[in-house]
Design a protein around this ligand. Structure first.
Ligand SMILES: Cc1cc2nc3c(=O)[nH]c(=O)nc-3n(C[C@H](O)[C@H](O)[C@H](O)COP(=O)(O)OP(=O)(O)OC[C@H]3O[C@@H](n4cnc5c(N)ncnc54)[C@H](O)[C@@H]3O)c2cc1C
Length: 373
């Protein structure tokens, strides 16, 4: 594994840092719901440079760059807290490039690339979060359409998105992972309802109800009942690009500056704690780079991405927690950086797959323990 970026990649990093200068106060990374209009405008501006399709093949309208460029881009966006990688470009488009039909690519890739079309991921349900093999939302084929009935929950950003990337059951109810299918569903479809679920950080998740929603069969991505393998790749993409180390570097810098300004760093125990956190951030970066390395070589990155998610999200919580521990009441001022980082960090170990489930992926797939399921 080579930890060095090439001179061309490093000069791209400088270009991204320059581009981000006007966005230092946007904070779309941590408040996308509240800032959606500005964040969407930022995506459109990036799109003019081709940055939403940096690593897509040129034949699909991308710039055909290596994924190290994409890594650098979102790392700097995380550091600037400008925005998270949009799910449409980072997950949906990549899956369409791998598994979509020529007609699907022609229809959905151009508006994703231009920053105009956005997606929410509709996987989890009230009784199927960690265990996606238990998904019950049904998609029943009727002629040229699927009829969708069921309920999803915890959909990030669904209030502002245009489409759902839906995981539905097309097989028998007990078919588990062998009976799942991916479909693209327009949010304006008749019978579809989005309901807000307020969150502790002042933003919202959503519940999405599908009440006999009709979806053209041409919106099915990949073969019927065979979404499981496709999902494995999509989840690895998510557990990589949605968790950039730049965000951790920035959180730690902010907490160090805050501790210094309040003279907490005169205490050697505080300095030791901050030093240990710097090591945690570096460790998370190594995991992130090892996912990049696996993906760059076309290797299965699922285990490395699970390890990355564990290490990134635990570091993120540890940074916020440290400020609470040595800052006491000073760290509890509502809206101040430590308090905000604490509230924002709480769900990190749940969304995108819980730490326990990530550990079990590493044990099963990385260490070969306990069978394949
Ligand atoms: C901020 C946020 C954003 C989210 N965004 C989306 C989204 O956009 N789209 C979407 O579809 N979903 C989304 N989710 C849902 C998320 O994927 C699920 O919450 C997560 O997978 C856990 O599922 P659950 O909540 O049903 O908990 P459960 O699966 O019920 O888990 C409960 C507890 O049991 C543990 N557990 C479960 N199974 C095992 C096991 N096999 N071994 C050990 N421990 C286990 C878990 O680790 C957890 O501690 C989001 C969640 C959050 C918090």
């Amino acid at each position: 594994m080579n930890f060095r970026f090439s001179p061309e990649e490093e000069s791209f990093r400088e270009e991204v840092i320059d581009f981000l200068r006007p966005y230092q106060n946007l904070e779309g990374f941590i408040q996308q719901g509240e800032k959606w209009t500005e964040v969407k405008a930022l995506f459109c501006e990036m799109a003019e440079r081709g940055w939403l399709a940096l690593a897509w093949p040129e034949a699909e309208g991308g710039l055909g760059k290596g994924i190290a460029f994409e890594y650098i881009l979102w790392d700097e966006f995380g550091y600037a807290r400008a925005a998270r990688n949009p799910l449409a470009a980072g997950i949906v488009a990549k899956t369409l490039i791998r598994h979509g039909s020529p007609q699907q690519k022609e229809r959905w890739l151009p508006p994703i690339r231009s920053g105009e079309l956005h997606f929410s991921l509709a996987y989890s349900e009230p009784e199927a979060g960690s265990d996606l093999g238990a998904v019950r939302t049904r998609a029943i084929r009727e002629g040229d359409e699927y009829i969708i009935r069921g309920e999803k929950c915890w959909q990030s950003y669904a209030q502002d998105m245009d489409c759902f990337w839906l995981l539905a059951r097309t097989g028998d109810l007990d078919s588990r992972s062998r009976g799942l299918t991916l479909l693209i569903v327009d949010k304006e479809s008749r019978g579809l309802r989005v309901e807000p679920l307020p969150t502790l950080d002042g933003d919202q998740l959503n519940a999405v109800v599908f009440d006999d929603v009709r979806v053209p069969a041409s919106h099915r991505v990949g073969p019927e009942n065979q979404a499981w393998t496709i999902m494995g790749e999509a989840l690895a993409d998510e557990r990589h690009i949605q968790f950039p180390t730049g965000r951790l570097r920035r959180d730690l810098e902010d907490i160090c500056a805050w501790a210094e300004a309040r003279h907490f760093t005169r205490d050697s125990a505080v300095r030791v704690r901050l030093g240990a956190l710097a090591a945690d951030v570096r460790e998370a970066e190594m995991h992130s780079l090892s996912v990049l390395d696996a993906m760059s070589h076309g290797h299965d990155a699922a285990t490395a991405a699970a390890a990355n998610k564990i290490s990134h999200t635990l570091a993120c919580q540890a940074i916020a927690r440290a400020a609470m521990d040595f800052g006491g009441e000073y760290a509890l001022v509502e809206g101040d950086r430590p308090e905000l980082l604490w509230r924002l960090s709480l769900w990190e170990t749940i969304g995108g797959g819980t730490t326990e489930v990530m550990r079990s992926i590493v044990a099963r797939q990385g260490l070969g323990l306990g069978g394949t399921r």
